[in-house]
Design a protein around this ligand. Structure first.
Ligand SMILES: NC(=O)c1ccc[n+]([C@@H]2O[C@H](COP(=O)([O-])OP(=O)(O)OC[C@H]3O[C@@H](n4cnc5c(N)ncnc54)[C@H](O)[C@@H]3O)[C@@H](O)[C@H]2O)c1
Length: 313
């Protein structure tokens, strides 16, 4: 039987690592590419040990140097490369814009010429500061095209538009998932996203820092649940439109900090700091499409997921 090949960009990142691991389990020959600008060398090393063929390269640049030596046909391409946490993408704004436009275009060309289905990691940030909650896929969003978060939010919106137009003109069926906050092992501890921040602070016995008054809401999906959803979308469907994936149990950031306090054997304080510019006040996915079409829903409760990640820190 011919080997099934999959390429994952952003393979050394948090989600890339888990996606590659899942694809290996499903019997794929897995090829990963990453320039490790926000990911972890240790993720790349672990993947290589598991059998992933790994290339270090910036996917916004020309792919010829490394892609010409890959197999001539692929089943799946996942374009997951992109800085993803606000502090990191704000340090790499042009790079973030490039990887979700130029990088995605190169990935689409590669996938199409290798007869593969591409799935793009889009985000709940396309909804911006939503005026509708929970957010269904049909909601057009409320984003700021000229501000601190624009390089990420608008880059992902451009990426979605690129997939739409590419499919229209080239008669392809590439797809995209809108991922809501996800957490789990193998995240960069310096990433700056809220759960990993709190857990690192807990480990170091430092106060948990909340930006603003903590009344802003988020929902948190454990990585194994998310990967299952992505896997079903990519393999079990040929959908060419977005589907929300995440957890629809909504928490305030203050409630999250209080859950995390419970995990500490000693008393740990909460500190309040300034709220970042354009930080959305709420975020909660409408999962009706994912539940109906993919027969998928998140399973891992927050406390259980937090304990799993804490064991690895
Ligand atoms: N984790 C989440 O909660 C979440 C939510 C919404 C969307 N996403 C999207 O999922 C994808 C993965 O996110 P993550 O949480 O694993 O972040 P991550 O930062 O851990 O992983 C991203 C990886 O992409 C790599 N990368 C960035 N730019 C690159 C480039 N130009 N060339 C090659 N490699 C590059 C980084 O080095 C990193 O390893 C991103 O596209 C992100 O926007 C993630």
């Amino acid at each position: 039987m011919q080997a099934k090949n999959a390429l994952v960009t952003g393979a050394a990142g948090f989600l890339g690592y888990h996606l590659c691991s899942r694809l290996l389990k499903e019997g794929y020959a897995v090829f990963g590419v990453d320039d490790i600008c926000t990911g972890l060398n240790s993720n790349a090393e672990e993947l290589k040990k598991k059998g992933v063929e790994f290339v270090k390269s910036d996917v916004s640049n020309d792919w010829d140097q490394w892609a010409t030596s890959l197999p001539s046909s692929f089943d799946l391409v996942f374009h997951f490369a992109s800085p993803a946490s606000p502090p990191l993408y704000q340090k790499m704004q042009l790079k973030t814009l490039a990887v979700n436009s130029l990088g995605l275009y190169r990935a689409l060309e590669f996938a199409t010429s290798h007869k593969a289905r591409l799935v793009f990691a889009s985000t709940s940030e396309v909804y911006g500061s939503p005026q509708v909650s929970p957010q269904p896929e049909s909601y057009w969003g409320n984003t700021n095209s000229f501000g601190a978060r624009s390089c990420y939010d608008e880059a992902k919106r451009f990426g979605e538009a690129l997939i739409y137009s590419y499919n229209q003109e080239k008669n392809t069926r590439h797809g995209l998932v809108r991922i809501f906050n996800t957490y789990g092992p193998n995240m960069n501890p310096n990433d700056g996203r809220v759960i990993i921040n709190f857990l690192v602070q807990l480990k170091e016995g430092k106060p948990l820092t909340i930006h603003g008054d903590g009344k802003q809401t988020r929902s948190f999906c454990y990585v194994d649940d998310l990967i299952e959803g992505i896997y079903r979308y990519a393999l079990k469907t040929d959908l060419a439109y977005p589907i929300n994936l995440g957890n629809d149990k909504e928490f305030t950031i203050l409630a999250l900090a209080q859950e995390i306090q419970k995990l500490s054997p000693k008393k740990i304080e909460i500190e309040f700091t300034d709220r970042p510019v354009d930080d959305p006040p709420l975020r909660n996915p409408d999962l009706s499409l994912a539940k109906g079409i993919l027969d998928w829903s998140p399973k891992v409760p927050l406390l259980e997921g937090l304990k799993k990640i804490l064991e690895t820190l």
